[in-house]
Design a protein around this ligand. Structure first.
Ligand code: CUA
Length: 405
């Protein structure tokens, strides 16, 4: 039966050619799709979380290693494919031969060859990998701006510690999720957590490094290019792990000190007292917020939080209007979104600790409107990035009291 149908196909030739044509068409379409997908990986396109467009010496070194792995793999891939095709064609069974060829099971020469070749390839990868790991470790010892980074559930707290330009004094900045740093300066990030394991990752500026309870991991980064870089948590840490994002704004040095100065010159504010010429009055409902949050300048809210803080304690809200997002990258920072968040944070980011304190009926619409208005008044007079009111770094430490000092 089979013989018959095959003969028929061969006689007419039509079905076979059509089969070949459709196969070629499918292959062509797949190749075109692959080309289009790969075109998205070009160096000109920089997706925010790309790890193949490095902007710091450490990620450049990682990129070099990545290239080495890529080219070595390509050599192995092409070699194996070539060997498979060549051997299949060269040693094809001829119609005239009916005998089995001699078998080569247990050939010592072949076994040794395909043990040694991969060992050499792996050794070629091992040496630069280990060198790079130790180089990264050595670099993490220094750092002329020291920042303590705390992984929270689910956001990041950044406390600026020492600054070599200020004789190693603290910059007094304690912020959440969005930070500003000067270009070309070495940052030493001390990664800590008092809850679960997180992983700090800014794909274009650093490799991943875990935050482990009871242990401080140190990461060193020197951003070499002005720009906005995106980071995220790289280790599953609870239901909002995906919304534990952060941004790092790399700016010229004078802009950085303007930002620091803006941070430290918040207006003196009272919640319980009365407004005066020198003192701003925050809405009464703000007392609820102060249970977990801090704002520079507000009476009774000067302590940094960090590692000692209970896990439900939230981000420092100083300069809130200057942030791009709310809830660690989840909402665009607009007054409307802030009102939505204040009304029912549990609906926006299920499982977050603020939802334990704030349910839909906790704050009235009027209170929410007052809080939004007050929080949006926390923008510095000259604007968020303006250098107006910039104080020379050497005297900036006297511009405003440093929180917690
Ligand atoms: Cu923190 Cu995932």
């Amino acid at each position: 039966m089979e013989r018959h149908s095959q003969d028929r196909v061969e006689q007419t030739g039509q079905p076979r050619r059509r089969g070949m044509l459709s196969r070629l068409l499918t292959l062509g379409t797949l190749a075109l799709m692959a080309l289009l997908v790969l075109a998205g990986c070009g160096p000109d396109i920089e997706p925010p979380y790309s790890h193949i467009s490095p902007e710091s010496p450490s990620t450049e070194a990682i990129q070099d290693l990545y290239k080495l792995v890529f080219w070595l793999s390509l050599v192995v891939f092409v070699g194996v494919q070539f060997a498979v095709v060549y051997i299949a064609m060269r040693y094809r069974r001829k119609a005239s031969i009916t005998k089995r060829p001699p078998q080569i099971h247990g050939s010592r020469r072949l076994e040794i060859a395909w043990t040694i070749i991969p060992a050499i390839v792996l050794l070629l990868l091992l040496i630069p990998t280990i060198t790079l790991l130790y180089e990264g470790d050595a670099a993490a010892e220094e750092g002329d701006i020291v920042i303590d980074v705390y992984g929270k559930q689910w956001w990041w707290e950044f406390q600026y510690r020492e600054d070599a330009n200020q004789d190693g004094q603290s910059l007094g900045v304690v912020t959440g999720n969005e930070i500003t740093v000067p270009v070309g300066r070495e940052l030493q990030l001390n990664l800590q957590t008092n809850n679960v394991i997180h992983s700090f990752w800014i794909p274009r500026l650093s490799g991943k490094l875990d935050l482990i309870p009871g242990h401080v991991n140190t990461l060193s980064i020197t951003p070499t290019e002005v720009g906005e870089y995106y980071g995220e948590c790289g280790e599953f840490c609870g239901i909002q792990h995906a919304w534990m994002r952060f941004t790092i704004n790399v700016v010229p040095e004078d802009e950085f000190y303007a930002w620091v100065n803006n941070w430290r010159t918040s207006p003196p504010t009272t919640v319980r007292g009365e407004a005066t010429d020198q003192v701003v009055k925050a809405p009464d409902a703000f007392a609820v917020c102060l249970g977990c949050h801090r704002v520079n300048g507000v009476e009774g809210s000067v302590a940094p939080q960090g590692i000692e803080a209970p896990r439900f304690i939230g981000p420092n809200l100083t300069m809130l209007p200057c942030r791009e997002t709310l809830a660690a990258g989840m909402l665009e920072n607009t007054p409307e979104n802030l009102a939505i968040w204040l009304n029912d944070p549990g609906a926006v980011k299920p499982g977050n600790y603020m939802a334990d304190a704030i349910q839909p009926d906790t704050l009235t619409d009027e209170q929410i409107a007052e809080l939004v208005e007050y929080l949006y008044s926390l923008e510095p007079e000259g604007g968020c990035t303006s250098a107006e009111g910039w104080t020379d770094p050497s005297v900036a430490s006297e511009a405003a009291p440093v929180p917690g000092s």
